[in-house]
Design a protein. Structure first.
Length: 330
């Protein structure tokens, strides 16, 4: 297996055995099952997987916007999952989120200057100069002039402009971590690059740590230092971005990359059957019912997320390497 070493960074976020489940009239939805990983300070971790894999739920649970059933989330020395809302509130300025739908994430009745200033008025300790100056600087950073847009409301802007306003609102609080939940999926392709550049510029200027959820593998490759792959609520693989895209270790990662538009990877056999329901996930490896390499052990044992050389972790009993990958794609 070809691997590429990645620099080791001190973890800023630690997630250990996080479980999120939703009771429904039809049973329990297993949205996130035992997620364990770390994110280094100043790192961008891309999170990919098909719809229903648990990507957005994971972010929301880390931010305490969605209840968890087990496990822990640590930010620095603080265990977020041990805090009630009163003790969590002072930490929220440090943990900001950019939502998938830029228009729905903004209050349609408020002026842009008030939307960007809202967090600064709620947490005055984040004001370094003045509220007005930081709002103006935040809008300027995303290419918008407060004199032109400050008194307008979200309904008069395009989706891309609304997303830039949402980014300015998040960055105004000088966060440590930026959670990006499909931040460009609702935007035209012509606007996506501008928004991605804004996030990258903010990361470098403020030393941000970024978690970036997307179903677009090309976008994730362009912004990430490492990539985490999820399937049906479980983590399949985590690795430096070059290693993931050049030599995936998990059969599901290989399938995702081979199926991407414009992929030059050899096609893999079509997965058997439909994606299982999160109400009744398969035993053992959750991808086994669609995996061309599945064996009896895959049904009997849940594969742990184990470390491999090159800063890679994979949850597979029979990970791909340079030999058996060729067999898998034959």
């Amino acid at each position: 297996m070809r691997t590429i070493d990645a620099p080791v960074r001190d973890p800023l976020l630690r997630v250990d055995g996080l479980v999120v489940e939703y009771p429904t009239s039809d049973g329990t939805v297993h949205a996130v099952s035992g997620a364990t990983f770390e994110v280094g300070g100043g790192e961008t971790l891309g999170i990919v997987g098909e719809s229903g894999s648990g990507k957005s739920t994971l972010l929301r649970a880390m931010l305490r916007l969605t209840p968890h059933r087990g496990g822990s989330v640590r930010h620095g020395d603080t265990v977020l999952t041990d805090l009630d809302e009163k003790r969590m509130r002072p930490l929220r300025p440090s943990l900001q989120m950019i939502m998938q739908d830029p228009i729905a994430s903004l209050n349609p009745r408020r002026r842009v200057r008030d939307i960007v200033a809202e967090g600064l008025r709620m947490w005055p300790d984040r004001v370094v100069t003045s509220v007005g100056q930081q709002v103006a600087e935040g809008l300027d950073a995303v290419g918008m002039d407060i004199g032109t847009v400050g008194d307008r409301r979200p309904g008069s802007f395009s989706g891309g402009q609304c997303q830039r306003i949402a980014i300015a609102r998040a960055l105004a609080l000088r966060p440590d971590v930026l959670f990006c939940d499909e931040p460009v999926s609702a935007l035209d392709v012509s606007v996506q690059a501008r928004v991605l550049n804004l996030i990258q510029d903010a990361k470098e200027a403020l030393g941000l740590t970024v978690l970036f959820v997307s179903h677009d593998l090309g976008v994730v490759k362009s912004v990430s230092d490492r990539v985490m792959v999820m399937y049906l609520g479980r983590i399949c693989e985590i690795a430096p971005v070059e290693a993931i895209y050049d030599a995936p270790a998990h059969p599901y990662t290989n399938l995702l990359l081979s199926s991407a538009p414009g992929s030059r990877r050899p096609p893999v056999p079509d997965p058997t059957g439909e994606t299982p329901s999160p109400l009744d996930p398969p035993s053992g490896c959750r991808f086994r019912t669609r995996c061309p390499l599945a064996r009896d052990r895959c049904a009997a044992e849940t594969p742990p997320l184990r470390d491999l050389p090159g800063g890679r972790s994979v949850a597979c009993h029979f990970p791909l390497d340079s030999e058996n990958e060729a067999g898998a794609t034959a």
